[in-house]
Design a protein around this ligand. Structure first.
Ligand code: EPZ
Length: 430
């Protein structure tokens, strides 16, 4: 198994191209199931999760071709994928695949909407929390799907097709919003989703669906009004830049000191975390080609933060912020309100000398003067990258094991950091 080795202490300087967002690319790829025309997606990041979803879609019968990057093209142009689901040959998504990546459960809505039946494995356990799918199923039922659970599989049927409905989610869920949106576009009549998630990745998917011929009002708000169609058309769409990747590098620069432009990053998608970063004493400015993050002197100031759905502070940046705060001049508090078990990085950060006390959903972080490098274990995607940030700040060498977690969601992580001066390398186990 590969490991990543970091020798801490170097400031980051230069520019980092931001890739297409994993969490937009996944539902956009799934949207290909909705039409027999070709969907072309540009700026698709080359990530383990994206490649796994491509395999799942091929199983369903999606014809998929990927244009690689040509030599000389800039890093952040990503890959271009052409997807055509002319004939869906299999409406089953098996446990072996869905259990490896939860987002693949989102094929359920599009499959039942187009094929009037689908059998999709329940996703199963997850390291960051229990993550139920009750709202996904309730939403599809309201659209007229009959849902049964048999032997760990959701069996959905809609012999006469789905019909529009008024759905009010009891809680904000990114996945349930994608699921219902991706089904409602092929339902008869109008669907209204109230209390929809407002994450930019949902807006990106909705924009693509509009290009595919659907009328959607309220994009970017918590009320989506969708006019279903009998048939969707093909489209060409470019995946939105990854706000979580950009936020991660922004926190890394604040942690190490330095001056970096995050090329292509959109400040409007990161308002809350960038304000938090400013509170820590980091300069953040919007520039023509992205966001500039600079910290040249002065201590990291402590902050208090609570994770919230967009536009609040994202749970997907909680671990990275915590890594930064381990060296703040004072005590910070982070409350995780989205997932109940998203603190697995705490024990690993402690191995580097961090002083963090956990009480229920709240972590109290007392800043320490120095972190010291140590071997640590990656647990989930965002927890793993928080260890990278800590390793960049620590004195000495940090070795991160189980880096496959990082490969699920960060494209060319070592290369992007190396070109800004980090001492980071991947050790292949052969
Ligand atoms: C998405 O997960 C993201 N995944 C996660 O990114 C992200 O952490 C999360 O949204 C929150 O922003 C992708 O986009 C692929 P939710 P999702 O449904 O959709 C509860 C990463 O590192 N809930 O918004 O699974 C749920 O338990 C990841 O890239 C129900 O109770 O998250 C949680 O407490 C990991 N019932 C809350 O809602 C349901 O039916 C929000 O979860 C669905 C969710």
């Amino acid at each position: 198994m590969d490991r990543i080795q970091i020798t801490g202490g170097n400031a980051l300087n230069g520019s980092i191209p931001i890739s297409g967002a994993k969490n937009a690319a996944l539902p956009l790829l799934i949207a290909s199931l909705l039409t027999d025309d070709r969907l072309t997606l540009k700026n698709v990041p080359n990530l383990a999760d994206v490649n796994l979803l491509m395999r799942i879609l091929r199983n369903h019968g999606v014809d998929l071709a990927v244009d690689g990057k040509r030599p000389g093209t800039t890093m952040h142009l990503g890959e271009t994928c052409h997807l055509t689901a002319r004939d869906i040959v299999d409406t089953t998504a098996p446990y072996e695949m869905v259990s490896r990546m939860r987002a693949s459960f989102w094929v359920l809505g599009p499959l039942v909407a187009r094929m009037r039946q689908a059998k999709v494995s329940l996703p199963g356990g997850c390291a960051i929390g229990t993550r139920p799918v009750d709202m996904h199923l309730a939403g599809l039922k309201e659209l007229g799907a009959e849902i049964d659970i048999e032997a760990g599989y959701v069996i959905a049927k809609a012999p006469k097709g789905l019909r529009g409905a008024h759905i009010v989610f009891p809680k904000v869920s990114v996945g349930a919003t994608h699921q219902v949106l991706l089904a409602a576009v092929l339902a008869k009549g109008e669907t209204v989703i109230e209390n929809a998630a407002r994450e930019p990745e949902i807006g990106d998917v909705a924009e693509c669906l509009v290009k595919m011929g659907v009328k959607i009002e309220g994009i970017g708000t918590s009320v989506l009004r969708i006019q279903g169609r009998d048939r969707l058309e093909g489209a060409v769409h470019s995946v939105v830049p990854d706000r979580i990747e950009a936020g991660t590098f922004a926190f890394a620069v604040a942690a190490t000191g330095g001056d970096v432009v995050l090329e292509g990053a959109r400040a409007v998608h990161l308002k809350n975390p960038l304000d938090v970063l400013r509170e820590t004493g980091t300069e953040v400015t919007e520039v023509a080609n992205g966001i500039r993050v600079k910290r040249t002197s002065g201590a990291i100031q402590p902050v208090s933060v609570e994770t919230q759905p967009f536009p609040g502070f994202p749970t997907d940046l909680q671990a990275q912020l915590m890594a930064l705060l381990t060296r703040a001049a004072g005590t910070s508090v982070i409350r995780e309100t989205i997932f109940e078990n998203r603190f697995m990085h705490v024990q690993e950060l402690a191995r580097l000398g961090a002083d963090i006390h956990l009480h229920g959903d709240t972590a109290t972080i007392k800043g320490v003067k120095t972190l010291t490098g140590a071997p640590v274990m990656a647990t989930d995607l965002r927890a793993s990258v928080s260890l990278v940030i800590a390793g960049l700040m620590a004195e000495g060498t940090t070795t991160i094991n189980r880096v496959y977690h990082l490969d699920r969601g960060f494209e060319q992580l070592e290369q992007k950091l190396t070109r800004c001066g980090a001492a980071i390398e991947r050790l292949s186990s052969g």
